[in-house]
Ligand binder design. Structure first.
Ligand code: PMV
Length: 338
């Protein structure tokens, strides 16, 4: 009887060039580039023993029917023959504030894919390209998750300037990032922690017949090439311009979908404007980005941390005193815990 446990911690990521719109089996309409985060993680434990393919899913040690259906459907789509020789129990825990309005699909789907791929590695005699396989599988759970398996930064989606780029898995982009950007902080201001009224999945689907679909694909392809250049040369101005253009374009695409919808709150706009004002007054390289939700990510090099703490205390004291900021930064990627 074979019995054991595998455990992986995997982070969330924040896209700078945003993946928005998909076709077929999780194939992105456009290439994307993200930074891997440090603090927002999922830990997934996988207990296995010889058996006949039973899968049990727990969320924070408890049965959770809604999550279990999603996870089992995901594992089914992977069609992993080796799993029929095991009974497994998956237990998943997020170590970032519960229901903070931060999507956990990237960290959870990548943590689970790493565990499954690790189990396969034990079972198979031949070598597999571990991270590439885990990235491909993560993508099937949640597109953006395929970028979470690498340290620092990753790109996903085909574009002609990079013949290695793929729609199936992400590439490790950690060696292409200038030192200037490696101390980047991502402080996430939680404007609203409620679950969003329109899911990312529904948003991706609305891109299929979107009137600006082709223009968006052209914009993202141009932005990824320019961003890659800015990140390798340490050019903050271009980085900030592309980052903010991408965040605003993402939300503009939501507003101009049919039906259109708005995920930003008045408070989100207030924060965006105060960040832009702060930048023009100080000339410090401080930018915002936004995911598919109302929360605002503030990006800046670590050497401005003390300054930013005082600024936030003065301007957004209620966020500081009510734990409505997640102090995250660029991270080193998933860790095998067991
Ligand atoms: O991976 P999904 O299906 O949750 O989509 C994520 C989409 C964005 O977060 C808005 C952009 C991105 O590239 O991560």
């Amino acid at each position: 009887m074979e019995i054991g446990k595998i455990s992986w911690q995997s982070p969330s990521n924040i896209a700078i060039v945003k993946y928005w719109g998909k076709r077929d089996l999780q194939i992105p309409l456009n290439p994307s580039l993200s930074f891997t985060l440090d603090r927002c993680n999922t830990i997934t434990n996988l207990d296995y023993k010889s058996g006949n393919g039973k899968i049990n899913f727990l969320y924070e040690g408890q049965e959770n029917a809604a999550f279990a259906i999603k996870v089992i459907k995901f594992i089914d789509t992977l069609n992993l023959e080796f799993l029929s020789h095991y009974d497994i129990i998956i237990d998943s825990v997020n170590n970032f504030p519960h229901s903070a309005g931060i999507a956990s699909s990237a960290s959870s789907m990548s943590a689970l894919s790493l565990c499954l791929t690790d189990l396969e590695r034990k079972f198979r005699s031949s070598e597999i390209d571990f991270l590439k396989t885990a990235s491909t599988r993560s993508r099937m759970g949640s597109g953006s998750a395929c970028r979470s398996v690498y340290p620092i930064a990753a790109i996903w989606g085909q574009f002609i300037q990079n013949p290695l780029s793929s729609n199936n898995y992400a590439l490790d982009w950690s060696n292409e990032i200038h030192e200037e950007f490696k101390s980047l902080n991502d402080w996430i201001m939680i404007v609203d922690k409620a679950e969003k009224p329109v899911s990312s999945s529904a948003g991706h689907t609305l891109m299929i017949n979107h009137p600006y679909r082709n223009a968006r694909i052209i914009q993202a392809r141009k932005n990824i090439v320019e961003l890659i250049e800015a990140l390798s040369n340490g050019h903050w101005d271009n980085f900030i311009r592309i980052t903010e253009e991408e965040a605003l374009s993402l939300h503009a695409l939501m507003m101009s979908s049919s039906p259109g919808y708005i995920l930003l709150e008045p408070e989100s706009l207030h924060i965006i404007k105060s960040i832009q004002r702060l930048r023009s007054e100080t000339h410090y390289p401080i930018a915002f980005t936004i995911d598919a939700g109302p929360n605002i990510h503030i990006l800046f090099p670590d050497k401005y941390s003390e300054f930013m703490k005082s600024w936030l205390k003065a301007e957004y004291g209620n966020y500081v005193s009510h734990d409505r900021i997640i102090f995250d930064k660029i991270g080193l990627g998933p860790k095998k815990l067991q």
